[in-house]
Design a protein around this ligand. Structure first.
Ligand SMILES: [Zn+2]
Ligand SMILES: [Zn+2]
Length: 433
């Protein structure tokens, strides 16, 4: 979705992407973080810009990654949906693909505009899987022996179809955002019209005219991007939630109330120098988990039953989950978290690296919500562990942001010490989730 706005400094038009949290004005070069108190609210412009008495009907827009821990393993996907947030029969229940192709602006109260109040807060059950048990039709290729004559047999292929019961033990949403999109409607000659298409809807005018409206205390705030400590420009991506200052070697958390100090460390690489380097950010988290000790790396190997010979030093090596602090596709997120957690790199220093850092755009809370999914995918004891998921609680004991060096080649980012790589374009795709 594209949002049209104007630069708060010079008024020049700026086109933002829905996931942008940084406004860069191409005209006056101002850079500002954009923050909303709760949700971002956008409005679709009516077909006729001079339309009067516009009734803006709210839709929840929900986007994010989705993971299901099921009998058959971990499934992932993306959710991108809109749901009507008001109780008005006759109005479409969803915006469909419309919002993606239309011009939007930040919703602002104006003369002769009425913003209808959403009926209650967003309910995640709208996006959740509808059943806890699914029935999947499974195709199994098989062979069958058939008699072709008195003493001759043939082996013929056969496909068996079986219904398999799949229990959903755990469901996680990640990197998810909830915003509100207001769609314009108007009333003429006792009919409710769609303000974009000018088509009549089947709705009762009274339901729209009599609906509760909201005053719109939802200002979007713009914050300076300079380092609060030294005044230099921070290094920030278009959707960063943590930014860095290369001048005074600090990290800052971007919040609606301003920039707050954040801790970080970086790992050095033992690999010989080769190719341009970039650093990828990770949340390194130690945890407590119901029923299982996960203090040492040895505890983890025993719990997950990984085919590795236990080494005595692992009893003293602390165990951490390594969760990407950057957005990527759901499958790459899971694979990266798994492989880094198993590899468990060590040795961290302070100081910001003198090379590029991939923006931190996945906050700790968000990344951490995937921990149950990551451990479910890691363990070799899926059959016994997955059914216990609903009764298990995992809590953060200690967490820090760690930058890990990668070598960049044409297509990939490669971590030579642990022999891990990912395709660069998955970061680009992830940035648009
Ligand atoms: Zn400007
Ligand atoms: Zn600074």
């Amino acid at each position: 979705m594209r949002i049209e706005h104007e630069c708060p400094q010079c008024g020049a038009p700026v086109v933002l992407d829905e996931t942008d949290r940084l406004l860069s004005c191409g005209f006056c070069k101002t850079k500002l973080f954009i923050q909303a108190a709760d949700h971002f609210r956008y409005s679709i412009l009516p077909h006729d810009p001079f339309l009067e008495d516009v009734f803006y009907v709210p839709y929840w827009r929900y986007r994010g990654m989705h993971f299901l821990c099921k009998t058959g393993g971990v499934e992932n996907g993306l959710i991108d949906k809109t749901f009507l947030a008001a109780d008005i029969p006759g109005i479409p229940q969803s915006l469909g693909l419309r919002a993606q192709s239309l011009k939007l602006t930040f919703a602002r109260p104006g003369k002769n505009t009425h913003f209808l109040k959403p009926a209650g807060a967003f309910d995640l059950s709208l996006a959740a899987a509808k059943n806890t048990v699914e029935y999947d039709l499974v195709r199994t290729e098989d062979t069958r022996i058939v008699r072709t004559s008195e003493d001759d047999y043939d082996i013929v292929p056969e496909v068996r179809l079986e219904i398999r019961e799949e229990h959903i033990y755990h469901e996680t949403f990640l990197a998810d955002t909830v915003s509100i999109i207001y769609a314009p409607y108007y009333v003429r000659s006792n009919k409710v019209y769609d303000g974009v298409t000018d088509d009549a809807t089947g709705s009762e005018p009274g339901r729209v005219l009599g609906a509760e409206t909201t005053e719109g205390a939802w200002k979007v705030s713009f914050l300076p991007t300079i380092c609060p400590n030294c005044g230099w420009d921070t290094i920030s991506g278009r959707d960063s939630c943590i930014v860095f200052c290369a001048k005074c070697d600090r990290a800052w958390r971007v919040t609606e109330k301003g920039l707050f100090p954040s801790e970080f460390s970086r790992l050095a690489s033992n690999a010989p120098h080769g190719g341009p380097r970039v650093y990828l950010p990770f949340w390194r988290v130690s945890v407590t988990m119901t029923g299982t000790r996960l203090d040492s790396y040895a505890d983890f190997i025993r719990f997950a039953n990984l085919p590795r010979a236990l080494q005595p030093s692992w009893e003293d090596k602390p165990f951490y989950f390594w969760l990407p602090a950057f957005k990527t596709t759901p499958s790459v997120f899971l694979r990266t978290a798994k492989q880094l957690t198993i590899a468990s790199p060590e040795g961290a220093g302070p100081a910001l690296p003198p090379v590029a850092i991939i923006p931190v755009n996945l906050p700790l809370d968000d990344a951490f919500s995937a921990t149950k999914t990551v451990i479910s995918d890691l363990t070799m004891r899926k059959k016994t562990f997955l059914p216990t998921l609903p009764d298990i609680t995992i809590a953060v004991r200690e967490a820090s942001l760690v930058l890990l060096p990668f070598i960049e080649n044409n297509q990939e980012l490669v971590q030579p010490d642990i022999n891990f790589s990912l395709f660069k374009n998955t970061l680009k795709v992830g940035g648009n989730i």
